[in-house]
Ligand binder design. Structure first.
Ligand SMILES: [Zn+2]
Length: 303
């Protein structure tokens, strides 16, 4: 099991909500899909690393800041003598490696993942030095998508292609390793330094306005707005999914907090977002049970 589990990145969470509640331009849609795909690739790689039986610590999704520069490690695995990190790419289709560059089959130059790991490698070494932990660092790029093909693939670069993944796992499984408290303290230190990415600094999140976003509870299974409340349950007319009303209301609260961190949580506000008629009393009760209420009557809000 991973020592640090992967969670859905904040910016992807926001994009998922926005996509349901506003109309994305084709460009925004592409950006969203690429984010979704990248995350999917990371999760796919997690399914492999989860099966490792060697003595190691797996840290998924770490983000650091060193000397005002931030960098991200998709998957890190600490062994006795080596710190491996992997940059996971879920590219699909045909690409070409030409003159140290990655290009699409049409010749469009894309970000070179090798440059990316080189940069992360240097920054990680700086961080480890600063923390006074000395361990060999090994960085590689992993292409997880079986539909990915790289023409003129270089042989001497730290890259694992889809058909090398089993071999990579065997290699990691055969790594002789006996971890000590020192390794655990390194892992704990890194987790404590992990920066939860601030989604609000991400320029690629479409600008959004409370007024124009589609209101209403969405089905947690199929994202449909066609939901109704019946006997304390929210029922989706499209897929038939049933969710407890409390869970649905708390999900709405989570959405509002994520999208509008500065906004005061009031019964009316949540009611407007939740959008199901006759649910106001229920919402007030659920907010009272789960949050601290501040202020009286009309000015009351929850934290
Ligand atoms: Zn549904």
């Amino acid at each position: 099991m991973a020592y640090k589990a992967r969670s859905v990145p904040v910016d992807l969470k926001i994009l998922r909500i926005l996509r349901n509640r506003m109309d994305f331009t084709p460009e925004q849609e592409n950006y969203y899909l690429s984010k979704e795909k990248g995350f999917e690739g990371e999760v796919q790689f997690d399914l492999l690393t989860e099966q490792l039986r060697s003595d190691c610590l797996i840290l998924n999704d770490l983000c650091f800041e060193v000397n005002n520069t931030s960098f991200q490690l998709d998957t890190s695995i600490i062994f006795q003598n080596t710190f491996y990190f992997f940059e996971i790419k879920n590219f699909e289709g045909d690409y070409c490696y030409r003159a140290d560059r990655f290009e699409t089959i049409n010749g469009k130059v894309i970000m070179n993942p090798l440059d990316q790991i080189k940069r992360s490698h240097t920054l990680l070494l700086q961080l480890l030095q600063k923390l006074d932990y000395h361990i060999t660092v090994n960085a590689s790029v992993v292409f997880v998508n079986p539909e990915f093909f790289l023409y003129q693939a270089p042989k001497d670069k730290p890259i694992y292609y889809p058909n090398h993944l089993n071999r990579l796992m065997r290699k990691l499984n055969n790594e002789s390793s006996k971890l000590s408290e020192w390794h655990k303290s390194l892992a704990d230190k890194l987790i404590s330094l992990h920066q939860v990415e601030s989604a609000y600094s991400n320029v690629k999140i479409p600008t959004y306005d409370y007024k124009v976003l589609r209101k209403g509870n969405t089905c947690c299974n199929c994202h449909s707005f066609s939901c109704s409340v019946c006997n304390g349950k929210v029922i989706c007319a499209d897929c038939g999914h049933v969710e407890g009303v409390e869970s649905a209301v708390l999900r709405c609260v989570g959405e509002i907090r994520l999208l509008f961190p500065g906004m005061r949580m009031t019964t009316n506000g949540v009611f407007e977002w939740f959008g199901l008629s006759d649910s106001k009393k229920m919402i007030r009760r659920i907010l009272n049970q789960n949050f601290n209420s501040i202020g009286e009557r009309k000015l009351r809000y929850f934290e």
